[in-house]
Design a protein around this ligand. Structure first.
Ligand code: COA
Length: 341
């Protein structure tokens, strides 16, 4: 057994200021505020650049997801009162990197001046942040590193087809960053359970742009560089797998509903969250929900959930926290943490 636990000691976030409401969608899509709110729980989402939906707006300098990660990392470091030079490792979890390569972790390393760090990107869609958190914790627990930044952020509007009402209403831009440090006390990541099932790969994907379908006029014409999703199938898998794994992590750790102080689920659809909560037997007041404000920010949902929970006074030292996710792959998982600051 390792002498160290890995604990979150600081958190930062970034959300673009511009919002896109359900009423905005009514102006250019056959949809309604009522439909979106009832079927998903979303009222509005943040959007980095309105040009994505209105090509007549003047061309801005485009900001990639590295901007979200950089701002979140800066806030995280500032809150902890440490210099970027103390960081050993940066893990950037995203499916919307600035470019395929170099890794966005490298761009953030340079932006914040983390001169002594190494880093890499991690792709697990909506499960990305949880997977990155678990990976980062292992470097701390092993004693190899003292300070690890894990960033979960996505700029989903860069890969959405705003003519596809099934999918474009679901997602938004944003993300957050946590700092992991060692502790000899019983705080931090205590247990996790994760799975993948590649047979679900076709149901939620970006079909082109990679080595299988390199970019061409044809792939652009066929709109293959956008999110493609069979929503109903993804929904069914998400409901059962996320509920199962959430119940499993509680059973493994002898946690009853009353022992859980806060549950932060991935924010994909309010109905998926409700199904998990029912299965876990926890009080609805112990569930962090902010999907109404941000939509699904993919790798951004968990750190944004933690950030809001702290600001709202709903997460304090010693609390039992459960995190659960489901995403492309399929990927899914759950983690049990004892909150440490
Ligand atoms: N506005 C109005 N109607 C819409 C619409 C929109 N934005 N999007 C779809 N519809 C229509 C459909 O075309 C369909 O019409 P039809 O019956 O005439 O074909 C009808 O609404 C019902 O569609 P359905 O697919 O049954 O809706 P749903 O209850 O399954 O909800 C999702 C659709 C996408 C909200 C839901 O499947 C979902 O949340 N899936 C999971 C997606 C997800 O979160 N993925 C991220 C990774 S976890």
């Amino acid at each position: 057994m390792s002498k160290f636990n890995a604990v979150i000691t600081s958190i930062g976030h970034f959300l673009p200021e511009q919002t896109l409401t359900n009423f905005d969608f009514e102006k250019f899509l056959e949809t309604s505020n009522e439909w979106i709110l009832e079927r998903t729980g979303i009222s509005e989402r943040r959007i980095m650049d309105k040009r994505i939906i209105n090509k007549t707006l003047p061309l801005n300098e485009s900001l990639g997801v590295s901007y979200i990660g950089t701002q979140a990392a800066k806030e995280c470091l500032e809150k902890r009162g440490i210099s970027a030079e103390e960081i050993d490792l940066i893990i950037f979890c995203t499916v919307t990197p600035d470019m395929f390569f170099p890794a966005t972790a490298c761009l953030v390393q340079n932006n914040i001046g983390a001169k002594n760090a190494w880093g890499y990107d991690l792709s697990a869609g909506c499960s990305g942040f949880l997977y990155g958190l678990i990976a980062g914790c292992q470097f701390i627990k092993s004693g190899m590193h003292k300070k690890v930044l894990v960033i979960g952020a996505d700029l989903m509007t860069s890969i959405l087809n705003f003519e596809d009402r099934n999918n474009c209403i679901l997602f938004g831009d944003g993300g957050g960053c946590v700092l992991l440090e060692p502790t000899e006390e019983n705080f931090g990541l205590l247990d996790f359970s994760c799975r993948v099932d590649g047979s679900g790969g076709d149901f939620l994907k970006m079909p082109a742009g990679g080595s299988k379908n390199p970019p061409s006029h044809e792939t652009v014409d066929k709109k293959m560089h956008y999110v493609h999703q069979e929503g109903k199938t993804v929904f069914k898998f998400a409901v059962s797998r996320m509920a199962d794994v959430s119940a499993e992590i509680m059973e493994k750790n002898n946690l009853k509903g009353e022992d859980v102080d806060l549950f932060i689920p991935h924010q994909a659809n309010i109905r998926i969250i409700d199904a998990c909560v029912k299965r876990m037997g926890i009080d609805a007041q112990k569930v962090m929900i902010n999907i109404q404000k941000y939509g699904n920010t993919t790798a951004g949902t968990l750190p944004l959930g933690m950030y809001d929970a702290i600001n709202e006074g709903r997460l304090k030292k010693g609390d039992n926290l459960i995190l659960s996710v489901f995403g492309t792959g399929f990927t899914w998982g759950s983690a049990y943490l004892k909150w440490g600051f």
